[in-house]
Ligand binder design. Sequence first.
Ligand code: PBG
Ligand code: ZN
Length: 340
Amino acid sequence: NPNAAAASRRPPPTVSSIDDRASHISRARSYASTAATSSMLIYPLFITDNDDDMNLVPSLPGQHQLGIGRLVSFLEPLVHKGLRSVILFGVPMKPGTKDALASAADDPEGPVIRAIRLIRRRFPQLYICADVCLCEYTSHGHCGILRDDGSLNNELSVDRISDVAVAYAKAGVHCVAPSDMNDGRIRSIKLKLIEEGIAHKTTLMSYSAKFSGCLYGPFRDAAGSAPSFGDRKCYQLPPGGRGLARRAIIRDMSEGADIIMVKPAGQYLDIISDAKDLGKDLPVAAYQVSGEYAMIHAGAKAGVFGLKEMAFESAEAILRAGATIIVTYFTPEFLDWLDN
Ligand code: PBG
Ligand code: ZN
């Protein structure tokens, strides 16, 4: 039973771990079903393989691609303000790094594994997640290994993805988060974690209900992971696919997922609610993706609404739907706003 190892794992950030500083906010906002607190937030970080990088991503306002050398000084003030958790994405920039097998994904000297080690050492209180996918590392930019005809080879993809997840876990990440949507990857990762004797200390957060669409554009600029041909529609869910999402959630739970994620968040509140319903005691995470963040910024810039007001409104809707963990690029702002 893949779930058996879950018992002694360090708990992920959840609403139940509201800290003192945030609790007066939850009282002030007690009219809401669930109030936002800093302990629910996971902040995405894009880590490059050029140590000195600090590149603003134009389509993702205020967000950077960061080199390892910039990481500590970048994180220090955020941790000081109450940052609890990050999710890491590797961005290989050096020419010749990408190949058909995504070899660089688990390079021990690659940006993700180096960042895991550094953050563990310098910020032991941070809860570290790592996105697990191949699209940042494959020459074609797809989330798996392809056959000669360009279709996904599921068996090879799952085998490779689970190896990468185990490498991150061995490097000390608290939570692995496979975002590829290949069939059977949750089971494969869980079994390899058990085999390696680290399943009890590694949380498996599955991007279970991940919908295809046009809200991931800024992310692909930040991560350099746009597919060079075709799209991700054959492995991500169609926007109308509520039943497919429910089936994917049930399947991932049966394969050993510890946290269910829904992505994007704001346009899929019914799916978040379904996940809460189906997930019973599993935490539900929602990823407010790059396009949602960019849209809110664009709307605020155009004078349609205030940035802070809409950021809160969107987060409150996501919480109301049933998520207790939000992955969001607004995390630094929320740490400021929740402080006041
Ligand atoms: C990688 C991955 C993506 C996102 C998270 N992990 C991109 C994609 O699937 O195309 C999207 C996050 C965002 O848009 O902020 N598979
Ligand atoms: Zn991917």
